[in-house]
Design a protein around this ligand. Structure first.
Ligand code: BES
Ligand code: MN
Ligand code: MN
Length: 455
């Protein structure tokens, strides 16, 4: 049977299997879902075995396990290491979902569920593409799967796993579907990811919550102070106002920027899609540049004081914020963490105490376009989309990409089939049935091209 016939005959089952996987709430951030996360790992193991993988193993870590599996066809064939993650983001705010996040439904040719695109849907394309190659006798490379369960919480234990399994993970290239493309009729391949430095701050004023009439005006209100401190983190050009923040930022040449500007983009559609009257960002850079080659600082959450029903006249004792910085090549997350901490403590007035705690971080990454693997991916997309994909940098982070390079000396191909509009991490996350099936169709072409071009 040809791969194409196999896909046509099995596509309904491929979809239903994904729906089953999406029913398990593998939320790695919330300890209440611990059992479900472990159960998802078991399920992934089962699916890899069914698809035809050997030596499938649940590898325990200090956190959630990594699922490993492989098919070695010949020691002389090239080896592709497929990475993905089976954990998902928390679904809240729940009331904004039009259908429950863990009861997947197909509406308008799209699968709605938490994890539909990020990353269960995209990860599972590889399992099904592998099944297809096994059943049609067309697997031309060795394949190794490494599917983790802590990506959405910073992959804390992955470094240890990779270092301890260097031999087992030996490969020629890493293949990851955990990013997006420009549009269903404009294929693209991601060639850059930003890094991340995530911090939490706590501002303490008086030692207890106070009556805002009795004390108001005479003591520092930590919420007011925190807001002032946060405001001062950007200057009038929307640049990050932290000493040394831009020191190591890799600067792109005018040619590189001109090349980037060729990618199709409509500012009107962008604004319309987000219901915005205007955009906002660093002076001197385009929207695409702002979300890919420039670093940023954003408050991800801020809280303190009274937020319940009605009104309470109070000066809170404490105020908090979670602040993340997206980094670009050559910025070091550890250094940025130090710079931020030093700066944030230095701008605190004497009337409050400030505590700064780091969360996770990760390096930015740029992947090559002149490699055999990139060419194999580009040709694969050209075959199935009928158009040559555009290389494009993106703003999200997948810290493992830099880690694979550092620990295993491996380059990655970011073979994503999602869309920015898929609402990953947001309510009503979805993944196009077209995208899911197109991924399953395109991946075997990558393997075929990579095997041929590696000869
Ligand atoms: N799949 C995303 C990253 C992504 C999405 C990159 C779309 C490019 C385009 C990944 O699951 C993710 O959410 N990463 C986190 C970082 C992580 C350290 C928590 C992110 O980018 O916020
Ligand atoms: Mn992801
Ligand atoms: Mn994610």
């Amino acid at each position: 049977m040809t791969p194409q016939t196999y896909l046509t005959e099995n596509k309904d089952r491929f979809i239903n299997e994904l729906l089953d996987l999406l029913r398990i709430p593998s939320i790695s951030a919330d300890p209440a879902y611990k059992e479900s996360v472990f159960k998802t790992a078991d399920e992934v193991k089962k699916r890899l075995i069914e698809a035809g993988a050997d030596n499938v193993e649940i590898c325990q870590t200090k956190g959630y396990p990594v699922v490993y599996g492989e098919k070695i066809i010949s020691p002389s064939s090239p080896t592709v290491l497929v990475y993905g993650h089976y954990d998902v983001q928390p679904p809240d705010p729940l009331d904004l979902w039009t259908s429950p996040p863990f009861e997947p439904v197909i509406k308008d040719e799209k699968i709605y569920a938490r994890g539909a695109c990020d990353d269960k849907g995209q990860m599972y394309m590889h399992v099904k593409a592998f099944e297809l190659m096994m059943r049609t006798n067309t697997l031309p490379c060795n394949i190794k799967f490494m599917i983790e369960g802590e990506e959405e919480v910073g992959s804390d234990n992955l470094g240890t796993f990779v270092k301890a399994n260097k031999d087992r993970l030996k490969a020629d290239v890493v293949l990851i579907s955990d990013t997006g493309m420009i549009a269903n009729d404009i294929p693209s391949i991601t060639v850059g990811l930003r890094g991340l430095c995530y911090m939490e701050v706590e501002v303490t004023g008086p030692n207890r919550d106070l009556h805002s009439g009795i004390y108001g005006g005479a003591v520092a209100n930590p919420i007011n102070i925190l807001c002032e401190m946060i405001t001062s983190l950007h200057d009038k050009d929307n640049k990050v106002n932290i000493l040394g923040f831009y020191d190591k930022v890799q600067v792109l040449s005018a040619e590189e920027r001109a090349e980037m500007a060729k990618a199709p983009f409509s500012l009107d559609e962008y604004k319309k899609h987000l219901d915005l009257s205007d955009i906002h960002g660093e002076t001197g850079y385009s929207t695409n540049e702002r979300v890919s080659i420039r670093p940023t600082l954003d408050v991800n959450g801020i809280w303190g004081g009274y937020t319940g029903e009605g009104a309470k006249t109070v000066i809170a004792s404490k105020a908090y914020a979670k602040i993340s910085m997206r980094l670009v090549p050559d910025q070091n997350p550890e250094e940025v963490k130090e710079l931020f901490t030093k700066h944030f403590l230095s701008i605190a007035p004497k009337s409050v105490k400030v505590k700064v705690t780091p969360h996770h971080g990760g390096d930015a990454a740029v992947t090559p376009t002149d490699s055999i693997a990139y060419q194999a991916a580009s040709k694969a997309m050209e075959t199935t989309f009928g158009k040559k994909p555009i290389p494009q940098r993106t703003g999200g982070s997948i810290p493992i990409v830099a880690l694979f390079e550092k620990e295993l000396g491996l380059k990655t191909v970011l073979f994503g089939f999602g869309l920015d509009s898929d609402a990953i991490h947001s309510p009503n996350e979805h993944y196009g049935v077209f995208n899911y099936l197109k991924g399953i169709e395109t991946i075997p072409h990558f393997f075929k091209n990579f095997a041929e071009m590696s000869k």
